[in-house]
Design a protein. Structure first.
Length: 317
């Protein structure tokens, strides 16, 4: 059995996935498998998956009907055989020593989870994101995941047995926040976490408009609300940790065309006062939301339209 399973959930990624797969197959560490889950792609992604499986015996391919990113990640996890697992998105790429150094860290520290930094690429610009927790105690990491530490599964090497031990899985209907959901579920438990101050992962947030995680729809909103309701229902859970997620929901809903004020005010209504008072990280969009809570709705929607038009113009020039 391999020491590491790398899971790649693939959907409509024919333009980018070769770069991703090439970066995986040139790893300095060799004892790993790559599980490509083709989630019903209608382009050439599935054929590219099969092509790489023929070239390298470490690559396994699973073709399935389209079920969304969470079902694809879970399918990969269900078929993984490695001692540790990590996820990689098909439009991203990794450094050659990622698996070697993360596994070495896990072994040296007897870690259940190893976190690394990442670089975000957008509009030909690159930004380094440190993911160092203030404390490596699992409950603290869990709190930081709610408060800004990135919840992605692609910068975390995780002991695979934890998923069975704690009955953790990706909720099949979630199209966003499914990785954050799982990362928090892992950190809620008393697990051993370590950190490497190196950016092994390159997250490209601009290339794949067909990405499994780039869907703007009611399904996205329902996924967000499911996330909030799930943790809100846990007895004794610190509900204040959910405020950041509720703020993101409020921002997302505010951008939807045809929105009525009563519906906007009602959703996550307990944080309306936060927008009225202001909070750390307050943005221009948040000032428009505050404006909309106070002033007539038609004026607020016109202000939103004017802001969006100005942003589009500035991006075009």
């Amino acid at each position: 059995m391999p020491q590491i399973s790398v899971i790649v959930a693939v959907y409509a990624a024919e333009k980018y996935m070769r770069h991703c797969l090439d970066s995986l197959l040139c790893q300095t560490f060799r004892d790993f498998e790559v599980i490509l889950v083709d989630d019903g792609s209608k382009d050439q992604s599935g054929k590219i998956c099969d092509e790489y499986a023929k070239k390298d015996s470490r690559v396994r391919v699973i073709h399935k009907e389209n079920g969304g990113v969470a079902s694809a990640r879970q399918c990969g996890l269900d078929n993984a055989t490695g001692d540790y697992v990590i996820h990689v998105d098909p439009d991203d790429w990794v450094e050659p020593t990622m698996l070697e150094e993360m596994l070495q860290n896990a072994i040296e520290n007897s870690s259940d989870m190893v976190i690394c930094d990442f670089i975000r690429h957008e509009d030909k610009k690159s930004h380094y994101f440190s993911q160092k927790p203030k404390s490596l105690e699992s409950q603290n990491v869990m709190r930081e995941l709610f408060q800004g530490l990135h919840g992605a599964c692609w910068n975390k090497l995780v002991r695979r047995s934890l998923f069975k031990e704690f009955n953790i899985s990706f909720p099949p209907k979630m199209v966003v926040w499914e990785d954050l959901f799982v990362s928090i579920h892992l950190a809620i438990h008393d697990i051993r976490i370590s950190y490497i101050p190196k950016a092994f992962y390159h997250y490209d947030s601009s290339v794949n408009e067909n990405s499994l995680v780039n869907e703007l729809s009611d399904r996205k909103l329902q996924s967000m609300l499911f996330f909030i309701d799930y943790f809100d229902s846990i007895e004794g859970f610190d509900k204040s940790l959910l405020n950041r997620g509720k703020i993101d929901i409020k921002r997302f809903v505010f951008m939807k065309p045809g929105l009525k004020k009563k519906d906007f005010v009602a959703i996550c209504s307990d944080i309306n006062d936060l927008f009225l008072a202001g909070f750390e990280g307050f943005k221009k969009l948040d000032s428009l939301i505050r404006f909309s809570l106070i002033h007539p709705w038609p004026i607020a929607r016109f202000a939103l339209w004017a802001w969006q038009t100005k942003r589009s113009f500035l991006r075009a020039v």
